[in-house]
Design a protein around this ligand. Structure first.
Ligand code: ZN
Ligand code: ZN
Length: 219
């Protein structure tokens, strides 16, 4: 499900709507947007939605014209994102196409878009809608953003070392973990159940190397 939307232009957050975020999440989000802005220009452009996973949050973003749309989700690769994001972006661009050139920081411009955003995300999600493909942000950029968040105290070691399947902390030395080539850690026990459905990392969809898959090979 999509929980929040942030729209960034030239390093300035034009619009934010994230009614479900609690205080702790708001702090992390503001740190993320600051760190993200510094690295945004290094992130390859393209039409596909890209994702960064921070602790229990999934930040997905798409560049459209000169705007960056950042969606906050509470789960990975949700159908809601695939189906609703294009509608949200289209609606935002339609509503503000003429105003954005003259934007001078007047947030009142977007007051009515709150209702529009709520209306779109509260919709029934049709499974027949066109799918948007999701790309994963290059590992070095994700690492740089996460290190920035950790160095500024926005997130802790515990947030970084969270299983991408069950989203709980992985206790080093007590619990066995493995990581995909993009360094997304998961509990070995969680992976065992995950592999019943898929041989790919739940975050970046890269296939697990045979060295990991072989752990579960009974023969
Ligand atoms: Zn786990
Ligand atoms: Zn991965």
């Amino acid at each position: 499900m999509i929980d929040g939307l942030y729209v960034i232009k030239d390093g300035v957050c034009l619009y934010s709507r994230d009614p479900k975020a609690d205080m702790e999440e708001k702090v992390i989000i503001s740190g993320f947007l600051t760190a993200f802005n510094q690295f945004a220009k290094n992130i390859p452009k393209g039409g596909n939605i890209k994702q960064i996973v921070i602790g229990k949050m999934v930040m997905s973003f798409l560049l459209s014209r000169n705007l960056i749309f950042v969606f906050r989700q509470s789960e990975l690769n949700s159908k809601a994102l695939q189906v609703l994001s294009s509608e949200i972006i289209e609606s935002f661009n339609d509503n503000f196409k003429s105003e954005l050139g003259n934007f001078r920081g007047q947030t009142s411009l977007f007051a009515n878009f709150d209702e529009e955003f709520d209306r779109i995300i509260s919709k029934e999600i049709s499974l027949s809608a066109q799918k948007i493909s999701i790309e994963y942000v290059p590992a070095d950029i994700e690492t740089a953003i996460i290190e920035k968040l950790a160095s500024n105290g926005y997130i802790s070691e515990e947030d970084i070392n969270r299983c991408k399947i069950c989203l709980m902390e992985i206790f080093e030395g007590l619990e066995e973990k493995v990581s995909c080539p993009n360094n997304h850690p998961v509990h070995l026990d969680c992976l065992k159940h995950w592999l019943v459905h898929s041989n790919s990392c739940p975050v970046c969809q890269i296939k697990y190397p045979s060295s990991i898959l072989n752990i579960f090979d009974k023969k």
